[in-house]
Design a protein around this ligand. Structure first.
Ligand SMILES: NC(=O)c1ccc[n+]([C@@H]2O[C@H](COP(=O)([O-])OP(=O)(O)OC[C@H]3O[C@@H](n4cnc5c(N)ncnc54)[C@H](OP(=O)(O)O)[C@@H]3O)[C@@H](O)[C@H]2O)c1
Length: 264
């Protein structure tokens, strides 16, 4: 689909990071935005930053079905339909599982798994009723190959991948298409709470500018791409499914032994 004047777009996790930057770009192209996140202040600040337009916000925790469905219904009503849905809200806590607080692990599952499910489930009826449309699901490089200290995060992002992959086929004939996005490491606030405690294979230096990812997502939507890998090299992580030992060896060379302590 073309993103243009009048496109009705709902973005979750729109108050910071990828969701906020993507919302600015969509609005710049003329879209009307429905922004969602938990924090009202962040939402208002993000809305104030958007290029002029009739944008709306709805505070909701996507890990709660009631809040999510009410927010989506409200946004669909105020935008008079939904053409583009960006399922982006997500959280990340890196830690060895044995040391990880169960509450952190649960928050990832509730937000990244149930949040994705609830958002899409609530929005699809509005989208089908609005005519042709597009769903973007933010998975991760970690959804292709899960890394040490990221067992739960990688698991949730593999869910996002599988969920979106099936829906792209399942929705054939409805006018709704689906693109799955696999970002590598981009400079956002997602690790702000643990900058000083990252896995040894992950440093702050590798982070790329979010504008690069935003461009790739917009192009992906407009081309109706099945998948967006950003940067492109992320795509090779998909080989992990058929040549896991080869991938482990490659990762050790690029990111050190901590990325694959076992080579058997
Ligand atoms: N940054 C990366 O390098 C990277 C790489 C791969 C994949 N991703 C994926 O990209 C997505 C966005 O990440 P980001 O880096 O932009 O994160 P971020 O900077 O931390 O922003 C996260 C956004 O999600 C919202 N959010 C968090 N929990 C929520 C909840 N329960 N309900 C509603 N909104 C919620 C936050 O607002 P509130 O706190 O106010 O709710 C915020 O607007 C995530 O799904 C992440 O897994 C990111």
């Amino acid at each position: 689909m073309r993103i243009q004047r009048g496109t009705r777009a709902v973005v979750t996790g729109a108050s910071r990071g990828i969701g906020r930057a993507l919302s600015v770009e969509l609005a710049r192209r003329g879209a009307r935005l429905g922004l969602m996140a938990r924090g009202k202040e962040g939402l208002e600040a993000a809305a104030a930053e958007l290029p002029a337009g009739d944008h709306v916000t709805a505070a909701a925790d996507v890990s709660k079905w009631g809040q999510t469905s009410r927010a989506i219904d409200r946004l669909a009503k105020r935008l008079d339909g939904i053409d583009l849905l960006v399922v982006n809200a997500g959280v990340l806590h890196y830690s060895p599982l044995m040391e990880q607080e169960l509450s952190d692990a649960e928050q990832m599952v509730k937000t990244n798994v149930f949040g994705t499910l609830y958002t899409v489930k609530a929005a699809l009826p509005h989208m089908v009723a609005s005519g042709p449309g597009h769903v973007v699901v933010l998975s991760s490089a970690a959804g292709l190959r899960s890394f040490p200290w990221g067992a739960v995060y990688g698991g949730t992002k593999a869910f996002d991948r599988g969920f979106a992959e099936a829906l792209r086929h399942e929705l054939a004939g409805t006018g709704i298409s689906v693109t799955t996005v696999y970002p590598g490491e981009y400079g956002t606030t997602i690790l702000a709470h643990q900058r000083d405690r990252l896995p040894a294979w992950r440093t702050n230096d590798e982070e790329r500018p979010v504008s690069e990812l935003v461009d790739a997502i917009v192009k992906g939507v407009e081309k109706d791409a099945r998948a967006v890998y950003a940067p492109r090299v992320v795509r090779i992580l998909g080989l992990s499914g058929i040549a896991p030992r080869l991938m482990d060896r490659l990762l050790v060379r690029i990111r050190g032994r901590a990325a694959a302590p076992r080579l058997d």
